[in-house]
Design a protein around this ligand. Sequence first.
Ligand code: ZN
Length: 326
Amino acid sequence: MGEVGGGREGTDTLSPTAVTLMHLVNQRRILVRRLGQRPQRTLARSAILQGTGFLTGSWVRIGFRPAPANAGLIFQRIDTRKSVFLPARWDQVTGTDRRTTLGTDSGQVGLVEHVLAALAGLRIDNCLIELNGPEPPGFDGSAHPFVETLLEAGIVMQSASRGIWSVSEPITVSEGFATLTLHPAENDELRISYLLDYGHGSSIPSQKFTQTITPESFAREIAGCRTFVLDYEVEQLQRDGVGRHLTPADILVFGPRGPIDNRLRHANEPARHKVLDLIGDAALFGMDLRGHLVGCRSGHPLNVELIRTLARRMEERGSVLRLQAA
Ligand SMILES: [Zn+2]
């Protein structure tokens, strides 16, 4: 997966070699910098939800427990012989094919992104997420059931602070025609834009969505947007054991004439869901990001690649510039 630096105006007049060099130069100049901080937050009390997992078709239970400051978001498998703890962090990611997976065989948790989106979207920084199986309940493929439960449990502030970070220049990761860029913050906001484009003839029309992310806008505009598949993908997924218990009425399946046995919650629900996934994957950074995240045809592999790149850049000596918010 190639990482490229932010392009400059006029680079299209340079030779391909010059463009590559300029990308490398830019890339080295990009700093991941601290803009400020905010109080950390956790749940006021525990909450439990149950449902069927998409991957295994098993009935699973997820428990959200308050956690101390600086704990972060941690999954705990309580069904294994020895309890397995999996921090929701970029360096724990072991899979990005169609979903984000954490941990190794003995204690894996798959399809973590919708749960992480619910927590990160509501700015819940510290939480122990108990699971009695290898995945959370899938519900309708959105984050809405998690968000409702978390809001019912309530959110409290903690005394420790959480860093807010951005970049000094745009940073882009790309693969084929897919790109994901974080543009520097102009203010204390995270804005996310997504362009979905499966090409001419796809049963999912090209669409876009852009939103400044706050707990309120996340709950209202994004949390309820469901995951989606194309009808010809369903057979293969079900052969692999995924979603065998589901019918098109349960989640969003696109056929040649649009959603099968289902209605869209927004005309651009798929693009909104891609933003939901991005918020979930960005939680793996472990700190707040500000700026403008712009995804074009991107998915879990690029989401995780960008977070990994930012985290590694931060860890490099001398590349961290601490600036207080103006
Ligand atoms: Zn998703």
